[in-house]
Design a protein around this ligand. Sequence first.
Ligand code: ADP
Ligand code: MG
Length: 704
Amino acid sequence: MSYILDREIKYLPGIGEKRAGLLEKELGIRTFGDMLYTFPFRYIDRSKVYSIAEIDSATAYIQLRGRIVRTSAAGEGKGRRLIATLRDESGTIDLVFFKGVKWIQDKISANKEYIVFGKPSLFNGTWNMVHPELDPVGESGTSSWPSTLIGIYSSTDKLRNNGISVKVFAKLQQTLQQKIQGLIRETLPQEVIAANKLPSLAFALSNIHFPKDIRSLEAARYRLKFEELFFLQLSLLRQKNVRMSGSSGILFRKVGEAFNWCYSHLPYELTGAQKRVIKEIRRDTVSGKQMNRLLQGDVGSGKTMVAMLSALIAVDNGYQACIMAPTEVLAVQHWRNFERSLTGSGVRVALLTGSTKAKERREIDAGLRDGSIDILIGTHAVIEESVVFHRLGFVVIDEQHRFGVDQRARLRLKSTEPPHILVMTATPIPRTLAMTLYGDLDVSVLDELPPGRKPVQTIHVTEGQRYKMYDFIKKEIKSGRQAFIVYPLIKESEKLDYQNLEEGYQTVVNYFPAPEFVTAVVHGQQTNENKAHDMKLFADGKADILVATSVIEVGVDVPNASVMVIESAERFGLSQLHQLRGRVGRGAEKSYCILMTGYKLSEDSRKRIELMCSTGDGFELAEADLRMRGPGDMEGTRQSGLAFDLRIADLGKDSPILAQARSAAADILATDPLLESPSSALLRTGLDRLRQEGGEVIDYSTIS
Ligand code: ADP
Ligand code: MG
């Protein structure tokens, strides 16, 4: 018989076809197992009733108890709502209903006592609760909940509007618990369970939903977090073993002409950190093992030169190198950089992007095949099938988080011998995250900025000071500097963004009239040619201002720019803000980052802005960022390059569990490095499951 957790969710009593479709669409729940692994995101203590006066900004979901003293209808059309005022001994709070108004009206009887459950929110300076759950006292007293700790599941409007309220969802979870009783298969070997004092999976999966008490809940959470991190680590460390036991790496025996030529023509002295990292790469490429190295370096730390010199070592040994950048703007910039540094060296560099013309493209293809092109720089275009190398030996992936696992794998396929790989990122990755994501990679850090950099002064400005800010920019331009003005880019609505930017652009042009001022503009709706044209205008110092969406976020290097204005700064995440700020402060002049926001800011936005103003250290910001964002924050995980979503573990908070899980995984691999023995069958199953869920850790060295 098939495993109970694989059964389709429509067969769970109370669900059926229609609800099943909805659950899949809204929450990705297709099977019993999916449902079982949809955990509450928080718990409330059902025995605790708050008084209305106790509510403050720290309270999330709570219970109140009181009487409805008044109801009134307000608004019209879509804004029509019912307001029911709840009173207890300490005060009153408005309960607001936008939907099911009639139903609520009928249900509420004045002067009856209710238990109200919901999330208070602040509106126009007073607290209210939108769409709380409402139970007459008495009814909820005789509740069927098996415990006083109630799990709260996340939900969506669609689900709520279609009869799957948070409460109904919890009821379904209860039904599910009955169905799976006694049928859960253990996923961890007994030795691991014993050595780490974990409860059984069955216990954990029951208590995570319906905790017997707080200690059982803690134990359940620990077990599930441990398991999640354990399999990630196991996958990662096993892959490293595979790589180490596998084919020998290409040998770059010598440092030759190309490298030495470039080195002796450098316009500056390399920083100590740059020299150190180049040595590390040297060591890797003579080790006989394939290099898999992550180069972390804060914005402006000079990663490009490290990439160039390393690529030249490959060239000196008769191999080709390929540098892949996430955007065309960046690829072009790299290419120009390489051209500038290598003219006269005899090294042939080519640029391949989506806008390369067919004829030129044919020439490049030929040059790559016959080996006359030494270094190829480009965007995603370089991984297309038609691109065939003569002898690819070295691959650099810049700003890696913009690329999918798949694309990396395809790049690797372009060579019969596995090329050495250098992945560069300017998003500093906190230690915990680095360990989880890149346990398989060796990590180098450029922890030193080139000399002469001055810290960027970061200032928070609100709308009312806009023209004062413009005047400041004018002063900077008059003294020969340039300014970026950046608008947010949101995926949901590129149109809206564009409008936003377009209006902003008009305002800027009005205040900075031509021909006295030249304003360039770069955004996603332009043709690549226009984009390149305006970008070049600014890079060459012919435009004073660049109005852009956050496409310029990564990598763009214009040392003469001294002002970075970020519009609607509250809409950016910390790491993005830091990236953007890194675009200035590259020259000798003092630079400024101006964060423009609305007057009203959420707690989180305010914190982010304050942090930005208080520190310039990317690593410090990254740690703070990870702490501030809870688990399961998709945008957050995506930004940090995590290709999957952790269900329950929180990389910001669970590093002790991570360390324990990692050492448990290492212990197992010490005796069975590739998990080939029969006793490792259970673990292999676990890794298969991880792979199916798309949670397999990025593996740079093999193609899965
Ligand atoms: P990132 O690490 O953000 O990619 P870049 O490689 O773009 O940084 O380098 C930032 C700037 O610093 C560039 O203008 C580059 O020419 C310059 N630079 C790099 N290394 C040095 C150095 N050792 N001394 C002085 N300037 C340097
Ligand atoms: Mg860069």
